[in-house]
Write a protein that binds this ligand. Structure first.
Ligand SMILES: Cc1cc2nc3c(=O)[nH]c(=O)nc-3n(C[C@H](O)[C@H](O)[C@H](O)COP(=O)(O)O)c2cc1C
Length: 156
């Protein structure tokens, strides 16, 4: 069976914790979205706010060939009640119309419209139910949460 791919952005490496567990259970390849002009923790809160509001697509620095993949996990942090701008760049830049997408995201407490907007903006063959990881789950029960979502959405 072809390997899946995990696409992610993670400024503070919290989403990366989810990626590592997903990778362990699926043996997926991993692609981290890198930006030409990376955000810092400060600019995420200042410039990032404007970018979230306007739907800006910050240019991606690294390329990936998606032709070998038909199942792609895509995830990142919640910024200002939506997905962080690098996720927007990725789903707009690449043709995903023949891919099955498994969305995931992290947040401290409130995803806002992250997944509603993702479902609207991401043009894919199919978009599965998302894996939502709040800070409390990052600290306790993360493996179990990932495993039970994979069993529902991925392993069936
Ligand atoms: C600019 C910015 C905006 C954020 N906005 C939200 C938000 O709207 N809701 C929320 O629950 N958490 C919010 N957070 C917290 C992050 O979503 C959360 O800490 C996430 O797990 C960080 O992931 P990362 O370490 O992979 O970057 C925000 C963080 C940043 C930096």
């Amino acid at each position: 069976m072809a390997k899946p791919l995990i696409v992610y952005y993670s400024l503070g490496r919290k989403t990366k914790k989810v990626v590592d567990i997903l990778q362990k259970f699926t043996n997926a390849d991993i692609y981290e979205i890198e930006l030409e002009k990376p955000y810092t923790k400060l600019t995420a809160y200042t410039i990032g706010l404007g970018h979230c509001k306007t739907g800006y697509e910050p240019p991606i620095k690294n390329e990936i060939d998606l032709s070998a993949y038909d199942k792609i996990f895509i995830g990142g942090p919640t910024w200002w009640f939506t997905y962080a701008p690098p996720i927007n760049s990725f789903i707009k830049k690449y043709d995903l119309t023949d891919k099955i997408i498994y969305p995931f995201g992290t947040a401290t407490s409130n995803f806002g419209s992250y997944f509603e907007r993702f479902n609207k903006e991401c043009k894919a063959k199919e978009i599965k139910k998302p894996l939502k990881i709040l800070r409390a789950t990052l600290n306790k029960g993360l493996e179990e949460a990932v495993k039970s979502w994979l069993n529902e959405e991925y392993n069936k």
